[in-house]
Design a protein around this ligand. Structure first.
Ligand SMILES: Nc1ncnc2c1ncn2[C@@H]1O[C@H](COP(=O)(O)OP(=O)(O)OP(=O)(O)O)[C@@H](O)[C@H]1O
Length: 229
């Protein structure tokens, strides 16, 4: 599903590397808990996995497709078809309604739209996800920027899960939720990934959740192994 060949990434050309990783592999349907101290490069790694960032050395492939061999437009299309991303800053379109934000992946991907047909089409699927996220129905037609931060985080999660992407990337998906919602939310995320057979890579500081995932990646340990490889 994911194949990383020894890679280096730097934010500052000519500067030191932000990430140095050895060979890594994730199988289809595996769930990965990615952790490490603030600033160690977790979001950077998610950016590389999503094909938003490119390594200066090495290779990342998704579903057998090397991101580097795709042109910009092809990358966007490939990402829209196969990757659901929950960004740290949510990246909702503020002027669109909650429902329109959630159905957005189906506008960019015929594949994901067609996968929603089994559950009644994009709008019905979006409504079902929002319901499972516990977002009250009276909010669904509101502009996304009229929601609280915790509510926006759940909208971003619903959007990422639309149309069963093969890879779900979640960057601290419970950061804006209160303690009562956190546990249930992680249950839902893991369950959604398992139902869809999706691979899930989840960044979290909540180490109590780690054992619920198939694989635990400590980024500092992976980096150390990468440097000595
Ligand atoms: N857009 C950027 N331009 C330059 N440097 C960046 C940029 N984004 C991140 N960095 C640097 O890359 C390093 C890794 O940042 P990253 O956001 O990946 O860490 P993180 O582990 O996700 O942190 P956190 O847990 O605080 O979210 C940091 O030193 C950061 O300053």
């Amino acid at each position: 599903m994911i194949e990383i060949e020894p890679l280096r990434y730097t934010w500052t050309p000519g500067g030191s590397d932000t990430l140095t990783l050895g060979r890594l592999q994730v199988n289809p349907g595996q769930t990965v808990f990615l952790h490490g101290p603030s600033g160690c490069g977790k979001s950077t790694l998610l950016g590389l996995l999503a094909g938003v960032l490119s390594p200066r050395q090495g290779r990342i492939s998704l579903l057998g497709q090397d991101w580097a061999s795709l042109k910009a437009g092809q990358r966007d299309a490939f990402r829209a078809d196969h990757v659901g991303v929950m960004f740290q800053q949510f990246n909702l379109l503020p002027f669109l309604s909650v429902l329109d934000n959630v159905t957005l992946p189906c506008r960019f991907s015929n594949l994901r739209r067609s996968r929603c047909q089994a559950s009644g089409g994009p709008e019905a699927t979006a409504q079902s996800w929002l319901q499972r996220m516990g977002l009250p129905e009276q909010l669904w037609s509101r502009r996304a920027d009229a929601l609280s931060v915790g509510q926006q985080q759940r909208v971003a999660a619903a959007r990422a899960l639309m149309g069963q992407p093969e890879l779900i990337l979640a960057d601290e998906p419970t950061s804006a939720l209160d303690a009562a919602l956190r546990l249930g939310f992680m249950d839902l995320l893991l369950q959604a990934a398992r139902e869809a057979g999706s691979t899930l890579v989840c960044v979290s500081h909540d180490e109590q959740q780690a054992m619920r995932f198939d694989v635990q990646w400590s980024l500092p340990a992976l980096q150390q192994a990468g440097v000595s490889a």
